[in-house]
Design a protein around this ligand. Structure first.
Ligand code: SF4
Length: 192
């Protein structure tokens, strides 16, 4: 049976693939985020799976930060992701290297239509502020240019854990569930 640690390693390997593929897409299609944007992190309807936050929870545990994050989630009443930093000229993601799959792919990946053809899913800000570049990125994909396909990475994630990799829920719930999985794993192991 695959251990929790091996799941973390496999997810981190997929994170690296996503980062490489989105980087190549951005360069090839000539599109990127607006500087200091982070608008997508403010959305109140971001859904994610617990599995994509397992590496974050694993490293939080190693750093002795489980209680700190449980407390923060407990106090949080909003639906915005708890890791979003948008105050005092500070901006962005406070766990950037360990952020979820949705965070890595959003705005720089494609969905597929019923015939399996990729369709670029640019974010609202890019559509408003860089419409020409969005159109060119769409043309790049239509010509057969390589684009990360969202569903493909989620299929690979689900192959690591078919339950936790397919349960989509509000992002803060997914983060909490990932922390709980690591917490119970630790206590079960210590009690065994
Ligand atoms: S984890 Fe980070 S990148 Fe993802 S939504 Fe939260 S703040 Fe944004």
């Amino acid at each position: 049976m695959i251990t929790l640690y091996h799941k973390v390693q496999k997810i981190e390997s997929l994170q690296k693939s996503i980062d490489k593929d989105t980087r190549i897409f951005k360069l090839s299609a000539g599109i990127d985020c607006e500087k200091h944007c982070a608008e997508c992190c403010r959305y109140h309807d971001i859904n994610a799976t617990p599995l994509e936050f397992l590496p974050f929870a694993w490293h939080a545990c190693r750093l002795g930060q489980l209680d700190q994050w449980f407390d923060q989630l407990e106090k949080n009443e909003g639906r915005q992701c708890i890791f979003t930093k948008l105050i005092d000229s500070s901006w962005g993601c406070s766990i950037y290297p360990a952020r979820g799959f949705i965070c890595r792919l959003f705005g720089f990946a494609a969905t597929t239509d019923k015939n399996g053809h990729p369709a670029y899913g640019a974010c609202r800000i890019l559509k408003q502020k860089q419409p020409d570049k969005v159109a060119k990125a769409g043309e790049f994909i239509a010509r057969g240019g390589r684009v990360p396909v969202m569903a493909s990475y989620y299929r690979q994630l689900a192959a690591i854990d078919p339950t936790l990799g397919t349960q989509f829920m509000p992002i803060n719930d997914a983060i909490k569930k990932a922390l709980e999985i690591v917490y119970f794993h630790l206590h079960y192991r210590e009690a065994a």
